[in-house]
Design a protein around this ligand. Structure first.
Ligand SMILES: Cc1cc2nc3c(=O)[nH]c(=O)nc-3n(C[C@H](O)[C@H](O)[C@H](O)COP(=O)(O)O)c2cc1C
Length: 364
């Protein structure tokens, strides 16, 4: 660690400090997006295009950030987004991230492309609330095996990622060569028949690009775990998710890493909530960097939010402690936003707390 953690008081501070801790290729892989990175930047800017309409004198000495997710009370709405290759940030990898999750009550969503296996993570940090993110492989037997492991090891939901039949064009990675470089060991992908596969690009090629809604229906029918479809940006697809057995959707553009110039999570969210909010749990991610961003997501109708890159910045700067601090900073900011926004409970938030921002948001 090079930075003094006492000086790191915002997610932006962790982002800046992480750049100094990471190899340039790894930093570019974590930071970057697809194409001209228009969507990647807009994910952040879009939250800034909303202004808060705070209410006063509502008595906020006791605040409650609890949410109900998949029928269960959760202490707050933060979920650690599924992200590949945590060991590029820190040798303790996903186990450090899960330790941060256990300490903060955040759910960790383990990626299929994690550098820690499904069972290994559960054994190492049994207290971490955990979901498993599934990339469905062409080898369906291998995917079923991963789901079975998740069930056996008390993962609470399956997050099936739908927006990556192929990888987006990520120019930072093409320039650094990281996609073609020998990869870290990916236990789940290797268990899925990827023996001899050694590069990130080759791991991606294992994903079935022909996945369709009948597959979602099959996964949902076969799995005792609730299925959440991640990577939804339209009400049409959200309705299809509801019709094919999903219990939730994540409104997400994969952190702007897949198709550039698609809508931001913040801009896509309201129409999805309007279409399926009474049938599905709607989550959102992309560019959430402040407690006010979380408040806005909840006010638009999201049940919970996924946090991506900032957790990796924390991990890179200070392992489990850094990832924990990132979550704690965001929770502290959410608490302040609830108090000063005039909502005692997260569940009190609705769209009356928001209006279009009169300022030009710029790009954060
Ligand atoms: C380095 C990195 C790796 C990712 N790997 C995955 C993955 O394996 N599976 C997945 O569904 N999404 C993956 N994502 C997307 C995240 O789950 C999430 O949608 C996105 O990062 C949220 O945006 P944010 O980083 O601006 O918070 C990845 C994102 C990053 C930054």
């Amino acid at each position: 660690m090079t930075a003094d953690p006492g000086q790191l008081i915002s997610l932006a501070d962790y982002e800046a400090a992480a750049e100094a801790s990471l190899q340039p290729g790894a930093h570019g892989y974590y930071y970057g997006g697809a194409g001209d990175e228009i969507t990647m930047r807009d994910n952040r800017a879009a939250w800034g295009r909303l202004a808060v309409r705070p209410r006063v004198l509502v008595g906020v000495s006791e605040r409650d950030p609890c949410v109900t997710l998949l029928g269960r009370r959760r202490p707050h709405p933060l979920i650690i987004a599924p992200m590949a290759y945590h060991k590029l940030a820190h040798p303790d990898g996903e186990i450090a991230t899960a330790t941060a999750a256990a300490a903060t009550g955040a759910i960790i969503c383990l990626s299929t492309f994690a550098t820690t296996g499904v069972a290994e993570l559960a054994r190492a940090v049994p207290d971490a609330p955990r979901w498993f993110q599934l990339y469905v492989f062409s080898d369906r037997g291998a995917s079923r095996e991963l789901v079975a492991q998740a069930v056996d090891h008390s993962y609470e939901a399956l997050v099936v990622t739908a927006d990556r039949p192929v990888s987006g064009v990520r120019q930072r990675d093409l320039r650094s060569g990281i996609e073609a470089a020998p990869a870290r060991f990916l236990p789940s992908a290797t268990a899925a028949g990827a023996d001899g596969v050694t590069t990130p690009a080759a791991f991606t090629a294992l994903i079935d690009a022909d996945l369709d809604w009948t597959d979602i229906e099959r996964v949902a029918a076969d799995s005792p775990l609730p299925v959440i479809v991640k990577g939804i940006l339209t009400p049409e697809d959200a309705l299809l998710a509801a019709e094919h057995g999903a219990r939730g959707v994540v409104v997400s553009n994969h952190g702007g890493r897949q198709l550039d110039t698609v809508l931001s999570g913040a801009d896509a969210l309201p129409a999805v909530v309007d279409a399926v909010g009474d049938r599905l749990d709607v989550l959102v991610d992309g560019g959430i960097r402040r407690g006010t961003d979380v408040l806005k997501a909840l006010a638009l109708g999201a049940r919970a939010v996924m946090i991506g890159r900032p957790v990796l910045w924390g991990l890179a700067v200070d392992g489990a402690g850094g990832a924990r601090r990132v979550i704690e900073i965001l929770l502290g900011e959410l608490d302040t936003a609830l108090a000063l926004g005039g909502a005692r409970r997260a569940s009190d938030l609705d769209r009356s707390f928001l209006c279009p921002a009169p300022w030009s948001a710029g790009q954060r």
